[in-house]
Design a protein around this ligand. Structure first.
Ligand code: PEP
Ligand code: MN
Length: 446
């Protein structure tokens, strides 16, 4: 693979790029991007093509996407146990959803590259002091000091290394014993027996048990399912990083982002005339776009024209994040217009970003019931229009944090301070994530 722009000028220069850091030293940034251009790809074009095939099945209504991970990964959390617990939680959720929906679940982590954050304000004020806002470990430090908040381009190299390490763990765990279906199911059984809402989940856990015994008796597995296909994704926010890791695939001659299998454009950077849409239109990976309540059907149709001009199933995923109170009203016109245009996109529900509220303690939080209700609304809309509710995109961790309120092991507002560890948005903890999978499983299937 060769770099995509070694012989040409920066093809994005003519387009305004929103949400880019104010790097203090351009020559230091150039040195970093030149180094990134020499480094090996994190993912390969054929893996990206495989994910595109899997997402084409989602777009056709034959598969379901489960995408999730931290709002913002941090360099400190690049640890074996943290990564393993995130992966096992996602695989546990996937088993429940696969059984309930009777279709393959495509598993995509929000990890191994989710280090840059778009922000609604450029500064943060605390006790009268104003500093540049934290933009993710890829850019600056979380500590509230002037020194830590200055953007430092060498962090892009640390981001690359952190992504390499995380991806190595993910590749090992998803190929090994941790990904064994029986093992994952046993973890779900432990969850069900310890959960205050366990009685509600028991029948599906029993059914999965019987299905596994049946597979075993027929000699068709579950040992056959010892490895899990797992992909990685992040918001493609920092164009200096993404373009430096864009390579032309030697067999197809096409450029691919090699920082992750799937990249998405965030709600704040989907401007049709901006640099993000232009960059995404040039790469050959599967791509996604977040759509908030301000998205009009006209802008969505134009995004489809720019990002999926060939109407290639699997190329484009639309991640809707309207809020529980708005999804039933705002989603139907979008789905109707997109369907009428003939485009075959995958529709996915992000039930997190439209449901952020401030707790009495001042913590940013989300109510578990709002998260579930937005997913319910998303399913209702698709069922009433005859389209496919293609998946969910969640912010979660495998740890026992207290960041979102509610769930079977209920987290109360008063609990938020005890283990609030996110440096950005509140995540579902491990048991809330599993609650969600069992409850969403009730919307799936016949
Ligand atoms: C996010 O996914 O963390 C995020 C910032 O989402 P959005 O672009 O939808 O606001
Ligand atoms: Mn977030």
């Amino acid at each position: 693979m060769v770099s995509w722009n070694t012989s040409s000028q920066d093809p994005l220069r003519a387009y305004p790029a929103a949400q880019q850091p104010d790097w203090p030293d351009r020559s230091a940034l150039d040195a970093v991007t030149r180094e990134l251009e020499t480094l090996p790809p994190l993912v390969f074009a054929d893996e990206c093509d495989l994910l595109k095939d899997r997402l084409a099945a989602v777009a056709r209504g034959e598969a379901f996407l489960l995408q999730g991970g931290d709002c913002a990964e941090t360099f400190d959390a690049v640890r074996t146990d943290t990564t393993r617990d995130k992966l096992s939680t996602l695989l546990q959720m996937a088993v429940v959803l696969t059984y309930a929906g009777s279709v393959p679940v495509v598993k995509v982590g929000r990890l191994a590259g989710q280090y840059a954050k778009p922000r609604s304000k450029a500064t943060e004020t605390r006790d009268g002091r104003v500093l540049p806002v934290y933009r993710g470990d890829a850019v600056n430090g979380f500590d509230f000091t002037q020194a830590s908040r200055v953007p430092d381009p060498t962090r892009l190299l640390t981001m690359y290394q952190a992504s390499v390490t995380t991806l190595n763990l993910v590749r090992a765990f998803s190929a090994g014993r941790n990904a064994n279906l029986r093992q994952i199911h046993n973890l779900n059984r432990d969850f069900v027996s310890g959960s205050p809402s366990g009685h509600r989940y028991e029948s599906i856990a029993d059914e999965i048990d019987r299905a596994l015994r049946f597979m075993h008796a027929t000699g068709s597995g579950p040992e056959a399912a010892d490895a899990e296909e797992f992909f990685v994704s992040h918001e493609g926010l920092l164009l200096d990083y993404e373009t430096a890791l864009t390579r032309v695939d030697s067999s197809s001659g096409l450029p691919y982002a090699t920082s992750g299998h799937l990249l998405w454009i965030g709600e704040r950077t989907r401007d049709l005339s901006g640099a993000h849409v232009e960059y995404f239109s040039r790469i050959n990976n599967p791509v996604a776009v977040k759509l908030g309540p301000a998205a009009t059907s006209d802008s969505v149709l134009r995004l489809i024209d720019r990002l999926d001009p060939r109407r290639e199933p699997g190329r484009l995923t639309l991640i809707v994040r309207m809020g529980a109170g708005k999804v039933r009203e705002m989603l139907p016109p979008l789905v109707e217009k997109v369907t009428a245009s003939g485009a075959q996109v995958a529709w996915v529900c992000d039930p997190m970003h439209g449901n952020t509220v401030e707790a009495p303690s001042g913590h940013k939080t989300r109510r578990f019931d709002d998260v579930l209700d937005e997913i319910r609304g998303f399913f209702d809309v698709h069922h009433s229009l005859g389209s496919h509710p293609g998946g969910i995109h969640v912010e979660f961790t495998g740890n026992h944090v207290t960041e979102c309120v509610g769930g079977g092991h209920e987290v109360l507002f008063e609990d938020l301070a005890s283990r609030y560890e996110s440096v950005c948005d509140p995540r579902l903890n491990r048991s809330q994530s599993l609650d969600l999978a069992f409850l969403v499983s009730e919307f799936l299937g016949p």
